[in-house]
Design a protein around this ligand. Structure first.
Ligand code: ME8
Length: 513
């Protein structure tokens, strides 16, 4: 079985500081990366910044600094955010790095060698904000300004000599590929829009610009730079040292398991990227998953709309793990979602502080008094104990399958219901009334501790640093976490010490009620 897993986030434009949408993509990718690691996979997790193109050049001009200095500064804020979000990325790529330039120019040469590139003239609409070309049918007008219908961003007319990629040549191959690989474009709800776009007829794609210079030079050309999307998409390969196909990273991790992206850039990843790869005879990624947007009001958050929510503000008020938990739980994955302070506070109070934190406190306090702070013996599990414990054993394979289908909601609902049941079990079993039946008391405490352990292991990919603290109960560190062990009922060793821990999540006094 293929035990390697390669997950990528989009590489972000450092045209402005990171916002909640960027944090969302990264946190979700980190969740998958951590899940796969605890399931025994070698994980390569890539994120980074997309630094070329007119959008960046203009942003730098506005600040009156050269684009490289501008990118150095803002790229660093994305790198810092990765740390702040506790991402477990194994690489951070910048498209201004030499390793990336080499790969992009190599890919260009491959496309040219295979007769997929020709020189002609482009005239049409271009959105600098989206770094995308649009046809007449994709344009409308708002307050005398031409805009792209799909994104609402303004477009400008350009006419210049340009190299073209023979995208039209790949139309049928792409359609065949989508059919043969039904999960390639996910979620399913977004697949049809891509398929109808391709069926509508693909035009050759302009892949170089002449009007500005901030980009990777077209090989053997004085005055063309490579279109920023051909440049950017290639980051997924340059991070694996392509074209060195004998490189360990490339051998282990290509093709990528999943490119996780926002739905706004699905076309680039599910049409252009596979076509470039087919043309260069490189295997295609296994999946492209386009998640929904974090909205501010009803609108997508973006710099140009001025409605940005800063993840750092939320983290400062509530801490990181509550934000991670909220984004995973409250946004139905694949659909758009909102940040509501009120619901975030509910998550903290009810799920994290009450259902999880309080369970840990209650059970360990009880074990301190009644089991001398040691993991007790489990003399004999009865049916009620086994219903609890088997919930994990019976669903382990389903959990894996659902995660491979990016069904985060299944995963979190499973945890929430396990937490509910574990609390109910401890209440219903009333171990405080079993003081003259020591065997039964011990077994209830043992079962409850096992439940805490199993739930904690599963919560780890969502709230890793809180789980690191919680595992001190058992003197375990995070390296001990492995998914397979949630199927075991006797992981905890009787006689080992149990520690009381500080409060994991403080309840918030709600001001919004
Ligand atoms: O498009 N809600 O970079 P970008 C959820 N450089 N996710 C959001 C979001 C929102 N409101 N806003 C942004 C680019 N995102 C290119 C990508 S990849 C080879 C090149 C997330 O800085 C989402 O994942 O505009 C989206 O696809 C990505 O940030 C775009 O970031």
């Amino acid at each position: 079985m293929d035990k390697n897993y390669y997950i990528t986030t989009p590489i972000y434009y450092p045209s402005a500081r990171p916002h909640m949408g960027h944090a969302y993509s990264s946190i979700v990718a980190d969740f998958f990366a951590r899940f796969k690691r605890i399931d025994g996979f070698n994980v390569h997790f890539l994120t980074g910044t997309d630094e070329h193109g007119l959008k960046i050049q203009r942003a730098a001009e506005r600040k009156k600094i050269d684009p490289q200095t501008f990118c150095d500064e803002i790229s660093q804020t994305f790198r810092d955010l990765s740390k702040t979000l506790n991402l477990s990325n194994t690489d951070f790529i910048r498209t201004t790095e030499e390793r990336h330039k080499k790969t992009v120019q190599h890919l260009w040469n491959e496309l040219e060698k295979n007769d997929d590139i020709y020189l002609s003239k482009y005239s049409g609409w271009y959105s600098v904000s989206d770094e995308a070309y649009y046809s007449d049918e994709e344009i409308s007008e708002k307050e005398n300004v031409k805009i792209a219908i799909s994104s609402g961003s303004s477009v400008e007319w350009i006419e210049e000599e340009s190299y073209f990629f023979r995208l039209s040549k790949w139309q049928d191959e792409l359609l065949k590929y989508y059919e043969k690989n039904p999960d390639f474009i996910s979620p399913k709800s977004r697949k049809n829009e891509v398929i109808s776009f391709v069926k509508g007829g693909l035009k050759d794609l302009s892949i170089s610009r002449k009007a500005f210079s901030w980009g990777i030079k077209v090989p053997n050309s004085q005055d063309h730079v490579i279109y920023v999307w051909l440049d950017a998409l290639t980051n997924y390969l340059s991070a694996l040292n392509y074209p060195d196909t004998n490189d360990e990273l490339f051998k282990k991790f290509w093709p990528a398991s999943v490119h996780l992206i926002g739905k706004d850039i699905l076309r680039f990843h599910s049409v252009y990227w596979p076509a470039f790869l087919m043309a260069a005879k490189i295997p295609l990624p296994k999946k492209v998953y386009g998640h929904g947007w974090i909205l501010s009001g009803d609108e997508k958050m973006s710099k140009s709309k001025g409605n940005i929510l800063d993840p750092l503000d939320i983290i400062e008020i509530y801490g990181l793990d509550p934000l991670r938990y909220y984004l995973i739980k409250e946004v139905s994955f694949g659909n758009d979602g909102n940040i509501s302070q009120d619901r975030l506070e509910d998550c903290i109070n009810s799920d994290l502080a009450n259902n999880y934190g309080n369970l840990c406190q209650r059970v360990t306090a009880f074990a301190e008094k009644n089991c001398s702070s040691l993991v007790p013996d489990n003399t004999k599990f009865n049916d009620e104990d086994l219903v609890m414990l088997n919930k994990f054993t019976d669903n382990l394979d389903l959990i894996r399958t659902e995660i491979d289908n990016q069904n985060i909601n299944y995963y979190i609902n499973f945890i929430v219901s396990a937490l509910f049941e574990a609390n109910k079990y401890f209440n219903d079993q009333e171990p405080w009334k079993k003081k003259d039946d020591k065997d039964r008391l011990n077994t209830i405490v043992y079962t409850s501790l096992e439940m805490i352990r199993k739930i904690s292991f599963m919560l780890y990919p969502i709230i890793p640093s809180s789980i690191e603290k919680a595992l001190k109960i058992f003197n375990l560190n995070i390296d001990a976490i492995n998914l397979e062990s949630i199927a075991k009922h006797d992981y905890l060793i009787s006689g080992k010490p149990i520690n009381k821990i500080d409060i994991l999540f403080k309840k918030i006094e709600k001001k919004h009620d």
